[in-house]
Design a binder for this molecule. Structure first.
Ligand code: GLY
Length: 584
């Protein structure tokens, strides 16, 4: 009995279970899971209203970038736990003409008054409350700059056009779905501590919104209108900026007018790699996602995975051993490339992967304690909070073959829980993604060091992995990505492998049970649906297999098969997600 409780506590500790209970076992998903087909365009996101907004923009003549910007602003209204104006993220964009893939980094930045030890207490230990839930936990928001950069440079419609649906949703309200109602109930204690959040997300008497009731967000609608009318200045300057700075001054936050003014979205070259016939382009640092997904794919490419069988013990063993090594490297080598020389080329080199592969015993598990990078000074087994890992991913695809894969976040569910009073939006708690002290785990149990130490103007290391894959002719075949904190990278990779290695359609690839390992703690996390025989065989190989979890990630993917036929696969692990084909 003790063990059952211990492992349940460990799962909660890693934050792999959302605060919202989802009773349906993953295996049942397959029975009711169908891809949505389109001959033109498609939007898939974690929230159906926002997917419809994106799809309407496609029907109005917008391209995939217009749809992505519209969906991003709509999610800021309809999915307040992760959709945002007060957070940041990453966008991978494939431009059919001139056949080029770019990325937009709109990750939050540490304010200029931030410093390395800002979250340490008198004893030199990390004060997790301060790093995760105080006003100081917020980095300078990047979402508005990122979405506007995409729109201005690659969209066809006007910013006003793509933002109008979000403004309408905030101003007139929308019907709360079961998922939002449940999540606001479960987060109530934390969110209601902040008077602005209490006012924005609960009724006047503090009661929860029930399914079907209308949530109106007037202050948010004004913030959105100001962005729509003057662009980024409508957020980083003027009234909204004043409200952010006033909030900081009232409660000891660090973000200044100058920090807001200085914020820049940055275009970066994608990291691209080859997995057999498939070219994979994904997010470079300051996300660790792309580098480590490619590193793991390089290791895995050396085995005949297909002949082992999907989710066989032999396959999962190899997944785990690749994950263990990649996450060990993550702890030492990854950070903001503008501040630390991240060895991207070395980590994604196939020769390095061959060395790592040669160290993997095909029949025996290794021990994370024996896998080196990052191990010195690491003060014990990482523990994390039981906060849910809310980030959100969406994908858009248009009739011309432009594709967007976007992941953005407030970090934890509802970020710091603190809203900007008068402006109607939540602030991120992304500063916790920095390594506040070498070896001390963040909210996802991830450890790091100097590469990811806090510095003014630096971007905290992320795991977000928005990805686009291409066939041997260079044509896009898949857009995917996931929320899930530390699990984002491994979940995205499994979705990709399910499609390109195991030839699954994107719906089956989404529904298939997932596993996760992140070096520390040394444990395999798995969803229901991995067979007992397989789990026992993994235990015989020496793996620790204690952490069953109700769900890992939520991929919101689009696959292109022959010609222009698109298949959208929302992930039913998150109630409310939806794929909406372009209406003609
Ligand atoms: N905040 C989660 C991530 O960026 O990985």
């Amino acid at each position: 009995m003790k063990n059952i409780f211990a492992s349940a506590a460990a799962i909660l500790a890693l934050g792999l279970i959302s605060a919202v209970a989802h009773a349906a076992p993953i295996l049942d998903l397959k029975a009711r899971f169908h891809p949505v087909m389109s001959e033109t365009g498609m939007v898939v996101s974690q929230e159906m209203i926002a997917s419809r907004v994106g799809s309407d923009i496609l029907a109005a003549g917008g391209n995939a970038i217009d749809a992505a910007v519209a969906t991003g602003f709509a999610l800021a209204v309809t999915l307040p736990r992760a959709g945002n104006l007060g957070g940041g993220g990453f966008m991978v964009v494939h431009l059919a003409e001139p056949n080029k893939t770019i990325t937009i980094d709109y990750r939050e930045m540490a304010p200029s008054d931030a410093h390395r030890d800002m979250f340490l207490d008198k004893e030199g230990d990390v004060d997790n409350q301060k790093a995760r839930f105080s006003i100081k936990s917020s980095g300078v928001p990047g979402t508005v700059a990122g979405l506007i950069h995409a729109q201005e440079n690659y969209g066809l419609l006007s910013l006003k056009q793509v933002m109008q649906p979000a403004i309408n949703l905030a101003q007139n309200g929308f019907a709360v779905n079961a998922d939002l109602s449940d999540s606001l109930q479960s987060i109530g204690l934390r969110l209601q501590k902040d008077s602005a959040s209490k006012g924005y997300f609960y009724k006047a008497d503090g009661e929860f919104y029930q399914r079907g009731e209308t949530l109106v967000q007037k202050d948010l609608s004004k913030s959105l209108m100001s962005i729509a009318s003057v662009g980024r200045e409508g957020f980083y300057q003027g009234k909204t900026a004043d409200l952010i700075v006033a909030q900081m001054k009232r409660s000891g936050g660090l973000i200044t007018h100058q920090d807001l003014l200085n914020y820049k979205a940055v275009e970066r070259e994608p990291v691209c790699g080859q997995y057999r016939e498939t070219k994979v382009c994904t997010m470079p640092p300051p996300s660790s996602g792309g580098v480590h997904m490619l590193q793991m794919l390089n290791i895995l490419e050396g085995w005949d995975l297909k002949s082992m069988g999907h989710n066989s013990a032999d396959y999962i063993h190899r997944l785990v051993e690749s994950m263990r090594r990649a996450y060990a490297d993550r702890s030492l080598y990854l950070g903001d490339p503008d501040f630390f020389p991240v060895p991207v080329a070395q980590l994604t080199d196939k020769k390095y992967a061959a060395v790592l592969r040669s160290q993997i015993d095909p029949d025996r598990s290794s021990r994370s304690a024996d896998i080196k990078p990052g191990l010195p000074d690491q003060g014990g087994t990482p523990k994390a909070t039981k906060e849910s890992t809310e980030t959100t991913h969406y994908s858009t695809w248009d009739q011309w073959g432009n594709v967007v894969s976007n992941t953005y976040t407030l970090n934890f569910s509802y970020g710091s829980g603190i809203s900007v009073a008068g402006a109607g939006f939540l602030l991120n708690n992304e500063m916790d993604d920095f390594s506040s002290k070498p070896g001390a785990p963040n909210g996802y149990g991830l450890v790091g060091g100097i590469a990811n130490a806090i510095e003014p103007g630096k971007r905290p290391l992320s795991s977000m992995t928005p990805t686009i894959a291409f066939n041997s002719e260079g044509k896009p075949i898949l857009a995917t990505g996931s929320p899930g904190g530390s699990t984002i990278i491994t979940v995205t990779m499994q979705l990709l492998l399910n499609v390109v290695e195991f030839d699954m359609g994107v719906a089956d690839a989404t529904a298939a049970p997932r596993i996760h390992h992140q070096w520390l703690p040394d444990n395999i996390y798995y969803e229901s649906g991995v067979s007992m025989d397989t789990l026992n065989r993994l235990r015989e190989m020496g793996h620790k297999v204690n952490n069953k979890t109700s769900r890992l990630g939520a991929t919101e993917s689009i696959q292109r098969k022959a010609g222009t036929r698109l298949f959208g696969a929302p992930d039913y692990r998150r109630e409310g997600s939806g794929a909406v084909p372009q209406a003609h």
